[in-house]
Design a protein around this ligand. Structure first.
Ligand SMILES: [Zn+2]
Length: 287
């Protein structure tokens, strides 16, 4: 079945449809890709493939173009790479980004990086998906009961990037905000959501000694309330996980993405970032 699926994505690539969409239909739109913990090998495969077909820009440049309503600095066929959470293994990607001269944005959780604290979903809890439906309080109660997890506990092993790694990566990688502890923001109380948004910015500014301007919603979840808090805190943009292209009229606080997959084949990636992926997958249920 896997071979069949691969063949399917290859056929899509060879149909010329991705080429047509990239070169003609979406030529002047910008795409954002989302990763979490890709291996250097997979990332290199993707960047090798994409750098022959697309131009990479920074998130800063994209948000500036949208905010100023001036697309003149945006090259055609543009992509921005973003990576969520601030996982320790992201450090291993540095050489690949340098090699392809791509400056990605890593959205980091400010109270997990540079500590031995753990991400709430990286443990043996049987069903993390179910936790995403609970209020913050209920969620933490369950995690404490079942796997003895506390957000503020320092564990023996480290899951997130530390300051030494940040310092080495800083000239080549843009670091931005992804809350303090990665809660599902719409399930938080007002004061919790506000604090997660505001404190993350000041934490990271203190740690990295540079301004923090952009945000990514944990799990892609947000409401109008979060947008209000982000604006109050002085952020300039926020990235979602909704599918779509970024254009001059895109709301900077609801930036969409084209793909979120650490280890797909380049054929599938090529199809996915044209948008036909969503359409076809719905029909054929190939996932
Ligand atoms: Zn995340």
């Amino acid at each position: 079945m896997k071979a069949l699926k691969n063949l399917f994505w290859k056929l899509i690539t060879f149909s010329g449809l991705p080429w047509f969409i990239r070169e003609v239909l979406t030529r002047n739109k910008a795409g954002i890709l989302l990763y979490h913990e890709p291996t250097p090998k997979n990332l290199e495969k993707h960047l090798k493939f994409l750098s022959k077909r697309y131009n990479f820009i920074t998130l800063d440049l994209l948000v500036e173009a949208i905010s100023n309503k001036d697309w003149s600095k945006i090259p055609p066929k543009t992509l921005v790479i973003t990576i969520d959470d601030g996982h320790q293994s992201n450090y291993l990607l540095l050489e690949v980004f340098k090699k392809y001269q791509v400056k990605p944005t890593i959205f980091a959780c400010s109270q997990i990086v540079n500590t031995q604290r753990h991400f709430w979903w990286k443990n043996n809890y049987p069903n993390h998906y179910e936790l995403k439906m609970l209020s913050r309080k209920e969620m933490l109660k369950k995690l404490k009961e079942k796997v003895d997890y506390f957000p503020e506990r320092n564990y023996k092993d480290r899951q997130a990037l530390n300051l030494d790694e940040f310092e080495q990566m800083k000239p080549f990688i843009d670091f931005q905000a992804h809350t303090c502890f990665h809660p599902i923001l719409p399930l938080c109380e007002n004061h919790e959501s506000k604090q997660e948004i505001q404190k993350c910015k000041t934490d990271l500014e203190q740690l990295l000694k540079q301004p923090i301007k952009h945000f990514a919603y944990p799990n892609g979840d947000y409401t109008q309330r979060e947008i209000t808090y982000l604006k109050e805190a002085g952020y300039l943009s926020a990235r979602t996980v909704k599918f779509g292209w970024n254009m001059i009229e895109t709301d900077p606080f609801q930036l969409p993405i084209l793909s979120s997959n650490d280890d797909i084949s380049t054929d599938k990636l090529s199809a996915q970032i044209t948008g036909i992926f969503n359409f076809i997958e719905k029909i054929v249920s190939l996932k």
